[in-house]
Design a protein around this ligand. Structure first.
Ligand code: ADP
Ligand code: ADP
Ligand code: MG
Length: 664
C-alpha cells in the first residue's frame, strides 16, 4: 500500500450488508461515501446510506460488481480518492487492486502483489513452509496426472483435491481411494476453471473431524504487525461457514498463543498491510495453515464484539498511512461473541436458495445483539447475488450467555416472503453438543436430519390457503373440479345432500387431507376434527384474501406443475398437491418436463439429446446465488430436446428440457 495517504471520499465497491457496514464507519470518520449499484439494486439500502451512488451495469455480477473499468470510472466521475472492496466480488482480485493503484486511487487492502501471492493456495503454502508454519501435508506442484497420482498415493487416502485459486468452499473433492483420483481431479479442474478461470489444483491430506480456527491479523505501512485473537468457524456446511465465534471454543492457552504467534510470523513474512486472516484447521495433534484471506472477513464482527474495536476503522487508518492504533499488548478481549449467517434458503428443501419480496422483517432487539444487514421490508431477494440476508451477532459475558441470547434472538427474528434458515439455525444453536462445544467441521452434515426433519408442520390456515389456491387454479384453467372418487367415500356427494371434496397435499414428509364442505351457507374446511367457515376473494392471478373462521390473511401463490408455493404473512411454504385423478397423467407429465426449481443461470448442459440415460444422470447445471444445482434424470430414459442453452437466465418453473422415460 505504497499509495497510503489521507483521503476524504471513499467508494465502496460492493453491495448488501458489507457495503452498509463500511459506510457507517466511513461516515463516523468524516468521509464522504460513494456507492455503486447494478440495475436491480437501485432501491437498495446501501444506496440510501451513501452520499452519492453510481449505476455500473446490469444485474449479473460480471456486468456490474465485477467490472473493474466501470468501478474505476465511477471513482473518477465522483472524485472518490479511495476504494474499499468489502469481501467477495473484487476484494481478492489482484488486477483490481493494481487498476486502482494505476488510477491513483488508494485501495483499502494489501498490495496487488500480496493479493496475487495469497490468491494461490499453492504459492501461499510454499511461503508459509518457508516461514516455519505447520501446513497440512500435501502436494502443490506439477499438474501432470501421473505426478498427482504419485503424490496422492504418497500422502495417503483420503485425500482432498482443492482448487488453488478456490474460495467459498468450491472446487474441492474428497478422494477415498487411489482409483477415484483421476476423475476427482478432472471434475475439480472443470469447476475451478469455470468459477475462478484457473484450473490448478493441489492435494492435501484430508484431516478427519477437524476444527477451523483462524487468526485476525493487521499490518500497517510502518512495518507493524499485530494479531487480534482468533475465531472459531467450525460449524460449516459444505466447507462454508454457517456460525462463527470468538474466542475459539475450549482452546488450550499455549495452543492459542502459538497460533497467534504463527499468524503474526506469516503476516510479517508477507510484509502484510491492512486486515487479513490466517486460516488453520486443527485436530488433537496440532494446527495447520490452509490459506490466507487478504480482506475483511464476513465474520469480523465477532472479533469487534470481544475487542471493542472497529476493524473497518483500522483498515481506513492503515490506508491513510497511519500506524496501527494499538500495540499488541494493548489489545485485549472480554466475553464471547457468536455470529449466525441468516440466508434466504430452504433447509427443508436441500438448502435451495429462495428469492422473492420480503413481506415481513422484524428484527430482535435487546442487550448484546448486533444485526448487520442490507435488507428491509419491501426489498426483493434476487437470484443474482449471495443469499446472505443478515448476520445476527450476540455477545455475552461467557459462551453460554452469548449462546442463550443467540437462541432467543433467532426465535424473535421474523422474516416472511422468502424461505430462511432461521429455524435451522435455532435448532443448531440449541443442540446439546453445540452447547458443550463438541463440534467439528462435519457436525452439521452428520446431524442434518435432526436439524431439518423436525421441520415445521402446516397450520390450518396454510391448508386453507392451499385449498383456495387449488380452487382458483381450477377456475383459471377451466378444469372441472375432480369428480367424486368411486373408491374413496369421503369424496363427493354425501347422502345428507351436502357436497364435500377432499384435497390432499404433501408438505415435507407429512400428508394433509383437508375436506371442503359446500353447504347452503357457504364453504367450510374440515381438518383434524375441526370445521371452520372458509371465505375467499381473488385479488389477481397470483394473490387472494381468505378468511378461515375469523382469521383473515392475504396469500400469494405460484404454481409450477403441481408444486404449490404459498407466501403467507407467516412465511414461505412449498406444498405438493396430490390430485388423485391426475395421478397417472400427472406423473408422466411431471417426468416428461425438466423444470427449473429456482431462478438461475444455466451453466452447463451435461447430456446429449437422444442418448439413453439412467435415472439420476446429470442433465443440466443451474447456478443461483453462487450455488450450483444439478438437475437429474427423473427416471431411466432420454432427453428429447433441451429448451435452454448455456448462459440462459431462467425463471423458476421454466421448462429446461423434455424428457422421455424409457418404456418398461
Ligand atoms: P469468509 O472467509 O470471510 O468467512 P466466505 O468465504 O465464507 O468468507 O464468504 C465470502 C463470500 O461471500 C464470497 O466469496 C462471496 O461468495 C460472498 N459474497 C460476496 N459479496 C457478498 C455480499 N455483498 N453479501 C454477501 N455475500 C457476499
Ligand atoms: P476456501 O478458500 O473455499 O475457504 P479453504 O482451504 O479455506 O477453502 O477450506 C475451506 C474448508 O474446507 C475448511 O474450513 C475446512 O472445513 C475444510 N478443509 C480444508 N482443507 C481441509 C483438509 N485438508 N482436511 C479437512 N478439511 C479441510
Ligand atoms: Mg477459507
Amino acid at each position: 500500500m505504497s499509495l497510503a495517504r489521507r483521503f476524504h471520499k471513499l467508494l465502496i465497491a460492493n453491495r448488501g450488508e458489507i457495503a452498509c457496514r463500511i459506510m457507517r464507519t466511513a461516515k463516523h470518520m468524516g468521509l464522504a461515501t460513494v456507492a455503486v449499484y447494478s440495475d436491480v439494486d437501485r432501491d437498495s439500502a446501501h444506496i440510501m446510506l451513501a452520499d452519492e451512488a453510481v449505476l455500473i451495469g446490469p444485474a449479473p455480477a460480471k456486468d456490474s460488481y465485477l467490472r473493474i473499468d466501470a468501478i474505476i470510472d465511477a471513482a473518477r466521475e465522483t472524485g472518490a480518492e479511495a476504494v474499499h472492496p468489502g469481501y467477495g466480488f473484487l476484494s481478492e482480485n489482484a488486477d483490481f487492486a493494481q487498476a486502482c493503484a494505476d488510477a491513483g486511487l488508494v485501495f483499502v487492502g494489501p498490495s496487488a502483489e500480496t493479493i496475487r501471492l495469497m490468491g494461490s493456495k499453492s504459492a501461499a503454502k510454499a511461503l508459509m513452509v518457508n516461514s516455519g508454519l505447520p501446513v497440512v501435508p500435501g502436494y502443490y506442484g506439477d499438474q501432470d496426472i501421473v505426478a498427482l497420482q504419485a503424490a496422492a498415493d504418497g500422502v495417503g487416502y483420503p485425500v482432498l483435491v482443492k482448487a488453488s485459486a478456490g474460495g467459498g468452499g468450491r472446487g474441492m473433492r474428497i478422494v477415498g481411494k487411489a482409483d477415484e483420483l483421476a476423475e476427482a481431479v478432472a471434475s475439480a479442474k472443470r469447476e475451478a476453471q469455470a468459477a475462478f478461470g484457473n484450473d490448478e489444483v493441489l492435494l492435501e491430506k484430508f484431516i478427519a473431524r477437524p476444527r477451523h480456527i483462524e487468526v485476525q491479523v493487521f499490518g500497517d505501512t510502518h512495518g507493524n504487525v499485530v494479531s487480534l485473537f482468533e475465531r472459531e468457524c467450525t460449524l460449516q456446511r459444505r466447507y462454508q461457514k454457517v456460525v462463527e465465534e470468538a474466542p475459539a471454543i475450549a482452546i488450550a492457552p499455549e495452543r492459542r498463543a502459538e497460533m497467534a504467534a504463527a499468524a503474526r510470523a506469516a503476516a510479517q513474512a508477507a510484509s502484510y498491510t491492512g486486515a487479513g486472516t490466517i486460516e488453520f484447521i486443527t485436530d488433537d495433534a496440532g494446527f495447520y495453515f490452509i490459506e490466507m484471506n487478504t480482506r475483511l472477513q464476513v465474520e469480523h464482527p465477532v472479533t469487534e464484539m470481544i475487542t471493542g474495536l472497529d476493524l473497518v476503522e483500522w483498515q481506513l487508518r492503515v490506508a491513510f498511512g497511519e500506524a496501527l492504533p494499538l500495540r499488541q499488548d494493548e489489545i485485549t478481549a472480554t466475553g464471547h461473541a457468536i455470529e449466525a449467517r441468516i440466508y434466504a434458503e430452504d433447509p427443508d428443501k436441500g438448502f435451495l436458495p429462495s428469492t422473492g419480496l420480503i413481506r415481513q422483517w422484524r428484527k430482535p432487539s435487546g442487550h448484546g445483539i448486533r444485526i448487520d444487514t442490507g435488507f428491509r421490508v419491501g426489498d426483493t431477494v434476487t437470484p443474482y447475488y449471495d443469499a446472505l440476508l443478515a448476520k445476527l451477532i450476540t455477545r455475552g459475558d461467557d459462551r453460554s450467555q452469548a449462546l442463550e441470547r443467540m437462541v432467543h434472538a433467532l426465535g424473535e427474528f421474523e422474516i416472511a416472503g422468502v424461505a430462511t434458515n432461521l429455524a435451522f439455525l435455532e435448532l443448531l444453536m440449541s443442540h446439546p453438543q453445540v452447547a458443550r462445544g463438541e463440534v467439528d467441521t462435519g457436525f452439521i452434515e452428520r446431524e442434518i436430519s435432526a436439524l431439518t426433519l423436525a421441520g415445521p408442520t402446516a397450520a390450518p390456515l396454510d391448508l386453507a390457503a392451499a385449498c383456495v389456491a387449488v380452487l382458483l387454479h381450477e377456475q383459471s384453467e377451466h378444469i372441472p373440479p375432480s369428480l367424486p372418487s368411486p373408491w374413496d367415500r369421503t369424496d363427493g356427494w354425501t347422502v345428507a345432500g351436502r357436497r364435500s371434496r377432499r384435497l390432499s397435499f404433501r408438505y415435507g414428509a407429512e400428508r394433509y387431507d383437508p375436506i371442503l364442505w359446500y353447504g347452503r351457507d357457504g364453504l367450510s374446511m374440515e381438518l383434524g376434527g375441526t370445521n371452520a367457515r372458509l371465505q375467499f376473494v381473488a385479488r389477481d392471478d397470483a394473490m387472494f384474501d381468505l378468511c378461515l373462521g375469523d382469521a383473515p390473511e392475504r396469500v400469494s401463490v405460484a404454481w409450477s406443475g403441481r408444486d404449490l408455493d404459498l407466501s403467507t404473512p407467516r412465511g414461505h411454504l412449498a406444498l405438493i398437491w396430490i390430485d388423485p385423478f391426475a395421478a397417472d397423467v400427472g406423473e408422466v407429465a411431471a417426468a416428461s418436463r425438466i423444470v427449473a426449481p429456482m431462478p438461475g443461470t444455466v451453466t452447463r448442459i451435461l447430456a446429449q439429446p437422444g442418448a439413453d440415460l439412467p435415472r439420476g444422470a446429470a442433465l443440466i447445471v443451474l447456478e443461483a446465488m453462487k450455488m450450483e444445482h444439478t438437475l437429474r434424470a427423473p427416471a431411466d430414459g432420454r432427453v428429447t430436446a433441451f429448451k435452454c442453452a448455456v448462459g440462459d437466465v431462467v425463471q423458476e418453473g421454466a421448462e429446461l428440457a423434455e424428457f422421455e422415460p424409457a418404456m418398461k
